[in-house]
Design a protein. Structure first.
Length: 192
């Protein structure tokens, strides 16, 4: 299957535009938070953010990206990074920029940052594509979507993985299983 076709059919342009917009808003918001109110991370623990989701999900399986499982501590660290860099656009609970109407354009004619929780479509994308979105930013039409800036120069590879792991805790067991299968099928397809 052609990658360009897959991206256009899966709404990648929309997702990327929304993510870039979300990232810009998050960066601006993060810079405007007084230092004494910013979250501090010491020894892997945040002084403000507490994980709302644990290492294992309700079906007992661990959160996994490609062949790696994530610990509760790593997921909590992902939540801290998500709160600082992603929540301003995608919502603290992953509800999206416009939770009441996530697929309705705003007054500028553009769609807002998409939800990452179970109501969104993030789980329709493979691990590789999710990592790429965060690292490289949005690659869609900025007249129709808010574009997501790249975080590859802002976050470490480990932080990016932790954020994606945290986002996966917002999905249902069925969504995680479906996304896992998609990731495995993609890995098989491109390993030949």
């Amino acid at each position: 299957m052609n990658d360009k076709w897959r991206l256009s059919c899966c709404g990648a342009p929309l997702l990327l535009t929304l993510c870039v917009c979300a990232t810009v808003i998050l960066i601006v918001a993060a810079r405007s938070i007084p230092e004494n109110e910013q979250t501090q991370v010491v020894d892997g623990r945040s002084d403000q953010a507490q994980p709302s989701h644990g290492e294992a999900v309700s079906d007992g399986s661990p959160i996994q990206i490609l062949d790696r499982s994530f610990t509760e501590t790593e997921i909590a660290q992902g939540q801290v990074v998500y709160t600082q860099y992603c929540a301003a656009c995608h919502g603290v609970d992953g509800q999206g920029q416009f939770p009441e109407a996530p697929l309705v354009p705003d007054s500028t004619g553009r769609l807002g940052a998409p939800p990452h929780n179970e109501t969104g479509h993030t789980w329709h994308h493979s691990d590789v594509l999710l990592i790429r979105y965060v690292t490289e930013g949005g690659f869609s039409d900025p007249t129709r979507f808010y574009t997501m800036p790249p975080f590859g120069d802002i976050l470490t590879d480990e932080q990016i993985l932790q954020v994606v792991a945290y986002i996966k805790t917002m999905w249902t067991d069925e969504q995680r299983a479906s996304q896992r299968q998609l990731t495995e099928e993609e890995q098989t397809m491109f390993s030949d």
